[in-house]
Write a protein that binds this ligand. Structure first.
Ligand code: C2O
Ligand code: CU
Ligand code: CU
Length: 478
């Protein structure tokens, strides 16, 4: 059954229908009085991905740049963002990690009509949570994100957080040809059924990484966001002890990462507090060692010669103020299970998936290479697929995600942050809430959330190739 948008010409009408007009909901878009107006124009442009002296690269941009402009919003303040489509193809913008009304979620055909060439769409929402988020295309995602359609979104805390500087690194990974242009061949069977389109050039905030100049003694709040299609990173700050204060935008108990590595799969964010404990003039590499045999220095912390800003660590709490997340009621929870299946096994064979639909030529020409609970939903969503499960509004969902495949998958849930309970039977410490949870091969994780937001919501792997090739599903909150 396809969604009929003809009765929902106005977005508000659509949302009101979804939410039930009588219910007063804190997530409802503001009525007339939104003062915070933004505009984003989607269109082609050029970027210096090859360094200042290299050839420029033809990319797709939000308002002229990739990543797009940093949207700084305020917690609890309504915003209205007009997106103008200057591309020759449909698009839609997804506000990744923001808990917002379903009709504003930016999934073509599932939550809105795609924005056609030359058309506009007005997104209206009130971000309930402060933190580090991002926005990206959810139409033809593999190609549109891969050509540059992503940008950072910061929701500011109501009270400023103690740090000397607030910086953001949005990582993107590009597959460039020898003349510095974006390589074609999106969605090849190899990429689709294995680790996805990992590129050959990593940029920070859209540029080939240069040194980060720092001053001894300062505390930097550094927001790390992985906007790559497929590349995972594990960052080590040599000579430093970063403290994780938020994961996927949501504050956690401040803690140092295990082995000092900050692991970020596509779509994940980590906020750290980084005390600059090196000496004036010293240099310290930031190393990415996620892939065996592919260790490289991403960038360098370059201390200036200035005397230390302070001689002891900044004496201010690192803990961020809590966000208003509804507490899951585990005693009364409804249980659901998601099993990830498919992909290449050893020897170039695709794993057989019992009952997988449309598996004539797995991984070829947009056909399925993966499945969730035996079903493959390919592309960017199709309104025809029945929801995997349905939740009554307000219930706690206890979700088990089991990875039966031989590959890593950052599994992302739209519309909700999940309280991560355990991984492979071991409790996950530090009270972590995530919208994107990374599963290693054969991992099982348990998480919980309150289904307080009605609508049909996406749940998919954020390795774009995997999503397009079947690792995606939908669940419904009534
Ligand atoms: Cu950032 Cu459906 O994803
Ligand atoms: Cu999302
Ligand atoms: Cu995946």
């Amino acid at each position: 059954m396809k969604y009929d948008f003809s009765h929902s010409i106005s977005r508000r009408g659509f949302f009101a229908a979804a939410a039930g007009a009588a219910v007063s909901c804190s997530l409802r878009p503001a009525r007339a009085s939104t003062e915070d107006e933004r505009r984003i124009k989607v269109g082609p442009g050029q970027a210096l991905l090859n360094g200042a002296d290299g050839p420029s690269t033809a990319v797709w941009t939000y308002s002229g740049t990739t990543p797009g402009p940093t949207l700084r919003l305020r917690q609890g303040q309504p915003v209205r963002i007009t997106v103008e489509n200057g591309l020759d193809e449909d698009t839609a913008v997804h506000w990744h990690g923001i808990r917002l009304p379903n009709a504003m979620d930016g999934v073509p055909d599932l939550t809105q009509r795609p924005i056609g060439p030359g058309e506009n769409f007005v997104y209206e929402f009130t971000p309930p949570d402060a933190g580090t988020f991002w926005y990206h295309s959810h139409a033809d995602s593999l190609v549109q994100i891969g050509r540059g359609l992503a940008g950072p979104l910061i929701v500011e805390e109501r009270e400023p957080v103690a740090a000397d500087r607030d910086l953001l690194w949005l990582l993107q990974d590009w597959r460039l040809t020898s003349d510095g242009q974006i390589a074609g061949g999106f969605g090849s069977m190899m990429d689709a059924s294995m680790s996805g389109r990992v590129g050959n050039a990593v940029t920070i905030n859209g540029a080939a990484p240069a040194d980060l100049s720092v001053t001894a003694g300062e505390r930097v709040r550094l927001r790390l966001a992985n906007a790559c299609l497929a590349r995972m990173v594990a960052l080590r700050f040599e000579g430093h002890r970063p403290v994780i204060v938020a994961v996927d935008g949501q504050p956690c108990d401040p803690h140092e990462p295990e082995d000092g590595r900050l692991v970020l799969a596509p779509a994940m964010r980590i906020d750290i507090m980084l005390d600059m404990q090196g000496g004036p003039g010293s240099r310290h590499a930031v190393v990415d060692d996620f892939y065996d045999g592919l260790v490289y220095a991403l960038t360098t912390l370059a201390y200036d010669k200035a005397p230390p800003l302070r001689h002891h660590l900044l004496d201010a709490p690192r803990r961020l103020p809590a966000n208003p997340l509804p507490a899951p009621d585990l005693a009364k929870a409804e249980r659901h299970e998601i099993v990830l299946q498919g992909g290449m096994m050893g020897g170039g064979k695709l794993a057989g998936v019992g009952g997988m639909m449309g598996m004539a030529m797995p991984g070829m020409n947009g056909a399925a290479a993966w499945a969730i609970n035996g079903m493959s939903m390919t592309g960017d969503g199709d309104a025809g697929m029945a929801p995997q499960f349905t939740l009554k509004r307000g219930v706690t969902c206890h979700l088990t995600v089991r990875n039966e495949t031989a590959w890593w998958h950052p599994m992302h849930v739209h519309g909700f942050s999940l309280s991560v309970l355990s991984r492979n039977g071991l409790p996950v410490p530090h009270r972590q809430w995530q919208d994107t949870v990374l599963l290693a091969p054969k991992d099982t994780i348990e998480c919980a959330f309150v289904a307080d937001n009605p609508g049909d919501w996406m749940l998919h792997c954020h390795v774009a190739d995997h999503q397009m090739a079947g690792l995606m599903t939908v669940f419904r909150v009534t």
